[in-house]
Design a protein around this ligand. Structure first.
Ligand SMILES: Nc1ncnc2c1ncn2[C@@H]1O[C@H](COP(=O)(O)OP(=O)(O)O)[C@@H](O)[C@H]1O
Ligand SMILES: [Mg+2]
Length: 251
């Protein structure tokens, strides 16, 4: 579904991505792991249209994403999550979901061109979608709470919920459970497994190895800006090259 082909990204003299290549199969949760600084987040930024790669490309469903802006990539069906900004306006959970739904690609132009009745129908579809997303993430009970009042775990779910408003086929999650307590991590993991079972393709950067083991159908390992290896969690955990990458090179 997603193919990364020789992605290179430099920041001045530093090479964050050094020819990363791999493909992600549909309908699964693929873990993306690797030591700090391996280039995982930079890879997400490059494939989602946030940062142009220095060279190489990514394809989604065979379509070359080169030069596309994030909203164009999202329109094809691939979205990434963003952390809730601090000091966000006092807004309810539900309004927050709607706001992101309204910001969908081309919406401004579409609303301008749609006759009144059609625009209202689009709006009511959006409300339906927002409720569906809130229910599936068990956020409906806090739908009218202010974003500032919900728990850390619920904030993480809301980050995922915003991405789901775009009704994507694939989502990119960068440490979606960072800073969340273990029982809420399990709950978020349960939601991700259910989304996968319903056909969503998930690429997940995660540091919690027990969680990667239980949740991911396959794991891709990156080191020093490149693809290192892939396989089941059990297989990669035994791989000496993976151990070396995490422990630092032996001399
Ligand atoms: N915007 C940036 N400017 C300069 N260096 C960056 C930038 N983003 C990332 N880097 C560097 O690129 C390398 C890879 O970072 P990153 O993609 O965040 O790794 P990971 O997510 O695997 O920990 C690191 O050395 C990091 O310091
Ligand atoms: Mg990172």
């Amino acid at each position: 579904m997603l193919a990364v082909e020789g992605l290179v990204r430099k920041f001045g003299g530093l090479t964050a991505l050094d020819g990363a290549s791999f493909a992600v199969a549909p309908g699964r949760i693929t873990g993306l792991i690797g030591p700090n600084g391996a280039g995982k987040t930079t890879l997400f930024n490059c494939v989602s249209g946030l940062l142009p790669p220095s060279s190489g490309r990514a394809r989604f469903d065979g379509i070359d994403l080169s030069g596309m802006a994030p909203h164009e990539v999202a329109a094809l069906g691939m979205v990434r999550t963003f952390q809730l900004a601090r000091g966000f306006p006092r807004m309810s959970v539900f309004d927050h979901l709607l706001l992101y739904g309204r910001r969908q690609p081309g919406e401004g132009l579409m609303q301008a061109l749609l006759p009144g009745a059609m625009a209202r129908r689009r709006e009511s579809e959006l409300v339906d979608t927002a409720w569906r997303v809130a229910k599936r993430l068990k956020l409906e009970h806090v739908a009218d709470h202010l974003v500032t009042q919900i728990s850390g775990g619920q904030k993480k779910l809301l980050e995922i919920g915003r991405a789901l408003l775009a009704e994507p086929r694939m989502i990119l999650l960068d440490e979606p459970m960072a800073g969340v307590n273990p029982s809420l991590r399990q709950e978020i993991a349960g939601h991700l497994a259910q989304l996968r079972d319903e056909g969503l393709t998930i690429l997940l950067i995660e540091h919690d190895m027990p969680l990667v083991r239980t949740l991911c159908d396959e794991v891709i390992v990156m080191a020093e800006g490149r693809f290192l290896t892939r396989g089941s969690f059990e297989a990669i955990a035994l791989d000496v090259r993976v151990q070396d990458a995490y422990l630092g090179k032996r001399h």
